[in-house]
Design a protein. Sequence first.
Length: 255
Amino acid sequence: MEVDPEMIERSAGWLAEARKVVVFTGAGVSAESGIPTFRDALTGLWENYDPQQLATPEGFLADPKLVWEWYAYRRKLIAETQPNPGHFALAELGKLVWELTVVTQNVDGLHRKAGSRKVIELHGNITRVKCWRGDTVVEDWDDRSWAGDLPPRCKLCGDMLRPDVVWFGESLPEQELAEAFRLAQECDLMLVVGTSGLVQPSASLPAAARQAGARVVEVNREPGEITPSAHLLLKGKSGEVLPVLVNRLKRLLEE
Ligand code: OAD
């Protein structure tokens, strides 16, 4: 589907005028990398489980080994994926504007892999683990050496390790969330990419940006909850729309 050239023109013009840009992303930006959503990954061996068992603190305490293995499985799936043209276009955009921060709800780490420098991860990162008790991020752990005794234990306190992601019922990391809202209120333009806007409080970021005077441009396959807060919607796949937008901005800046 061809992206509306007039909409691209307007958005690129706004980007050219903006000094501070925030890009707010969700699962849609990674769809073209083949990352299954949480629910889509519940297939094969996992099809009889539900998110309450696999992605809540209660589920972890009830069966830590099961939850560890579910995340080990997803970590492996994600390790085999690559950023798509949407992620790369956003990394390129970071070089073209004065200040750009990516605020993401994704846990796949693909923005950094594509080269985006300033990334705020609101829901954590599936490639990291932390101590269940201390919340300390642990770098040094090995799935294999602990076979038979999963999850592995924290070397400092002996408690269980868990994935460093936000589970259902848990709060978002305070500092990251506060920083995201501060940036949203200070930016000139917010680009919202591939999020349904169903999960609060992050879903309020576009409205907060708009209320503070920013322009809000949405990139999504279809209109949704965010659309009323956006000045315009670039309808299409982010892996197709974002490269067109960034190329147009490049040409504008060269003129
Ligand atoms: P959702 O799965 O709720 O929404 C994905 C959005 O991306 C939808 O609006 C789709 O229309 C859009 N989309 C899909 N493919 C696209 C593409 N190729 N290009 C552009 N847009 C596309 O994902 P999120 O909004 O990220 O939370 O959901 C936020 C959180 O809800 C997730 O991080 C997760 C989930 O429950 C936790 O795990 C805590």
